[in-house]
Design a protein. Structure first.
Length: 74
């Protein structure tokens, strides 16, 4: 594994957790080592992409809206 890749992984807790849970990526990095694909897989697994964040924000807004509507009725 390249030194730069190792530094990037150890500086990000999500990347490190993903590597520990999927140890086969160590062999992957030693052979090919495409860091961008690794980050995409991690974001997909932990729902960290921009669209996932937007969905969570919409869900939270809907919950708050429902709370205010029910409190308004009482």
């Amino acid at each position: 594994m390249k030194y730069e890749t190792r530094i990037k992984i150890y500086n990000d807790k999500n990347l490190l957790r993903f590597l520990r849970e999927n140890s086969y990526y160590i062999k992957y990095f030693n052979r090919r080592g495409n860091f961008d694909d690794y980050v995409k897989q991690m974001k997909k697994r932990y729902s960290l992409s921009f669209s996932d964040k937007v969905e969570r924000m919409q869900f939270s807004a809907n919950i708050i809206k429902a709370f205010f509507e029910t409190s308004k009725e009482n």
